[in-house]
Design a binder for this molecule. Structure first.
Ligand SMILES: Cc1cc2nc3c(=O)[nH]c(=O)nc-3n(C[C@H](O)[C@H](O)[C@H](O)COP(=O)(O)OP(=O)(O)OC[C@H]3O[C@@H](n4cnc5c(N)ncnc54)[C@H](O)[C@@H]3O)c2cc1C
Length: 390
């Protein structure tokens, strides 16, 4: 029987929301997750690439949600030069539809209640403090009180804005991404391919993430330059016509990726933001699965501490813990991204020409990066900070 008051209400059952719910519920407080869609994990709007380390902090690797295991990256320069780099640590292409479901199950196991088809459409306030949510479920408008609301409602988050937090980001920082899942193609199922340059993805990159040897997530993200004449979809269609004219397209998705540092304020009285809603995506790669889970787990833990210690102001501790764990690092990644994304085709080509001369066993992301630094020495300062900031 659903109660009308919970210690914590989480909005959204993506990776960030499920981890917020789980870490809060594990501490013994009451938690309710409200998810607008009918199914947790669907529809999928993601390339589904993640490092093994990134997920194993939260859930053991399980073949049921792993489509393929990746052991190398292939970087393709604008002139076609290919640099293959064996990975020191393997990665996965997930089946997010199943992965997100399994994450939600861990939250439920910890004691969180989960309700799907529950669309949050407003907040309740007690003075300036958020004190619950309004939502629609099965055609009925309802309200539920909460000591703390955790907004993990994804890239299009509105909950934070309703609470008065500044969630707006400049359109130039919002990567416009489009992706298809293509079948009837031939790919190496153990390699992730990345294409760079004006033809493929200006101020971004183009990816092929294999799901098996005959299908892959193929897409790109490009920077939000107002003067660009071609849309992300045009770049994708051009690529498919040239490289995979016989492909069958199983899904098409489009979405924004907030390739920016985390919002300055992700907490206000009674409310915390997590995952894409807080802009916790890695600004360099655009990956937000692992970092969203980390953000959610910290938010859930701090929320529970606040409830258990009867100290509402303790939720502000979340900003500090997030910044120490990843937030500061993301700010530096953002500056590195701005350097790399502004490389010219000639610079990408010259990095690739230098990198292919390295013997394969000496090729690592670090070594390739060093080559990139020779092309743009100003990046050095920022890189040094990545390694020397705690
Ligand atoms: C094209 C594309 C490719 C990507 N590829 C990768 C990749 O390969 N690797 C990677 O790590 N990241 C990738 N990302 C980013 C990644 O998908 C996100 O960073 C990640 O899903 C963020 O998790 P989240 O829990 O914050 O949000 P989401 O996964 O978006 O979950 C938010 C949830 O909130 C629900 N919700 C929203 N509003 C409401 C509401 N009002 N009421 C109730 N529920 C609500 C939504 O239905 C959704 O289930 C990609 C993104 C895009 C667009």
């Amino acid at each position: 029987m659903q109660k009308n008051k919970y210690d914590v209400v989480v909005v959204g059952a993506g990776p960030a929301g499920s981890m917020a719910a789980r870490f809060a519920a594990e501490k013994g407080i009451s938690v309710l997750v409200l998810e607008k869609d009918r199914d947790v994990g669907y529809p999928v709007r993601c390339g589904e690439a993640v490092s093994r380390k990134g997920i194993e902090e939260f859930i053991p690797s399980d073949p049921k949600f792993i489509a393929t295991t990746i052991d190398k990256f292939s970087f393709i320069a604008p002139d076609g030069t290919e640099v293959v780099i064996p990975l020191e640590e393997e990665g996965y292409i997930l089946e997010r539809r199943i992965f997100d479901y399994e994450l939600a199950k861990t939250a439920a196991k910890a004691g969180a209640e989960i309700m799907t088809r529950a669309y949050v459409n407003g907040l309740l306030f007690d003075g300036d403090k958020v004190s619950g949510v309004k939502y629609e479920h099965q055609g009925e408008q309802k309200e539920i009180s909460a000591e703390i609301v955790i907004a993990a409602d994804g890239v299009e988050s509105r909950v934070g804005r309703w609470a008065g937090l500044k969630t707006h980001i400049d359109f130039r920082d919002m990567e416009s991404a489009v992706q298809i899942t293509a079948a009837n193609i031939s790919v190496d199922p153990e390699t992730c391919y990345f294409y760079f340059g004006e033809e493929f993805a200006p101020q971004g990159y183009f990816w092929i993430f294999p799901k098996d040897k005959n299908s892959a997530n193929i897409g790109l993200g490009i920077g939000g330059d107002r003067n660009r004449k071609k849309s992300a979809l045009t770049y994708l269609n051009n690529f498919m016509e040239k490289h995979y004219p016989g492909a069958s397209v199983l899904t098409v998705i489009a979405g924004g990726v907030p390739c920016v540092p985390t919002l300055e304020k992700i907490v206000a009285p009674g409310i915390m933001l997590a995952g894409d809603a807080a802009r916790q995506v890695n600004p360099l790669s655009g990956g937000g699965i692992a970092s969203g889970m980390i953000g959610g787990s910290i938010a859930g833990t701090v929320a529970a501490e606040s409830i258990l210690n009867k100290n509402p102001d303790h939720i502000f501790e979340y900003e500090k813990r997030w910044n120490d764990r990843l937030g500061k690092r993301h700010r530096i990644f953002d500056r590195i991204k701005n350097g790399i994304y502004n490389f010219s085709d000639e610079q990408f080509n010259s990095i690739a020409h230098a990198a292919v001369k390295l013997p394969v066993e000496k090729r690592s992301l670090g070594n390739i990066f060093k080559t990139a630094l020779v092309n743009k020495p100003a990046l050095l300062v920022d890189v040094a900070k990545v390694f020397f900031t705690k």
